[in-house]
Design a protein around this ligand. Structure first.
Ligand SMILES: Nc1ncnc2c1ncn2[C@@H]1O[C@H](COP(=O)(O)OP(=O)(O)O)[C@@H](O)[C@H]1O
Ligand SMILES: [Mg+2]
Length: 239
């Protein structure tokens, strides 16, 4: 039985949070008590004196999670930079052992847990010696990779999968996110097949651009329906 995945991206801003929230919402709709956690959040926003981890706020909104913020996020920093630097700028330190313990507790408590990384696989969490890839390896999780639909995405996705394998990590699937139907040209049509051939990893879904969705503005209209339609979420339960 799959206990969880680490959700990474080919880059920052590719839609990890949107896909994580959408998948969690779909599973919960189908009776699987899934949760999503964001162990380290940089670029957290200040709301009446409290730092709010934006990604977690979005999971709660989109997937209907009721867990308190502190159960879904451990470290949060205001500077919108790589976690290791955000911690330093905030006069704090990310401790790998604490981070791993936090994630393991979530994985132990819940039937299915998605762990959203930060940026991509090579991003330092505590520093160069402990990256998102290291966290994934410590947790013994398989990866879901979120990728962009357009030009540049073959290269970024192939590099991400290759880097994952060089770390001994398994990649279960790739999800292409943010396809604008009006912008779908030869590249967008060709990419999924080429990515599958070059990586040997299945593309488990192509999620369209959704005008009703914004992480920053706290809007999730149509997200769970769209992910339910576009992503092979059942395969991820059985993988
Ligand atoms: N399918 C989508 N439709 C509409 N907006 C999207 C979609 N995917 C991502 N976005 C927007 O793109 C931005 C980056 O997405 P996000 O999920 O936060 O990326 P990441 O977690 O990888 O940094 C956010 O503003 C989000 O609302
Ligand atoms: Mg995110």
């Amino acid at each position: 039985m799959v206990k969880g995945y680490l959700v990474t991206g080919t880059d920052t801003g590719v839609g990890k949070t949107v896909i994580t929230a959408g998948l969690t919402g779909v599973w919960r709709r189908h009776g699987v008590p899934a949760v999503a956690i964001k162990p380290v959040q940089s670029g957290a926003v200040l709301h009446s004196g409290d730092l709010i981890p934006e990604d977690v706020a979005f999971y709660r909104l989109a997937a209907g999670l009721n867990e308190p913020l502190d159960e879904l996020n451990l470290y949060r920093f205001a500077p919108a930079v790589s976690p290791h630097l955000a911690a330093t700028l905030s006069g704090e330190k990310v401790l790998p052992a604490r981070l791993v313990h936090f994630c393991r507790e979530a994985l132990r408590r819940h039937r299915l847990t998605l762990v959203e990384g930060a940026g991509g696989l090579g991003v330092p969490l505590s520093g160069p010696q402990f990256t998102v890839a290291d966290l994934c390896r410590e947790l013994a999780l398989s990866l879901l990779v979120v990728a962009r639909p357009g030009l540049g995405s073959i290269n970024h996705t192939v590099l991400t999968v290759s880097y994952a394998r060089s770390y001994g990590l398994e990649v279960t699937g790739i999800i292409i996110n943010g396809l604008r139907p009006e912008a779908a040209g030869p590249t967008e049509k060709d990419n999924p097949g080429v990515i599958e051939t070059m990586t040997g990893v299945p593309v488990l879904g192509i999620v369209p651009y959704l005008p009703g969705v914004s992480v920053e503005e706290g809007r999730a209209r149509g997200l769970v329906d769209a992910v339910e339609r576009a992503v092979d979420w059942r395969a991820l339960l059985e993988a």
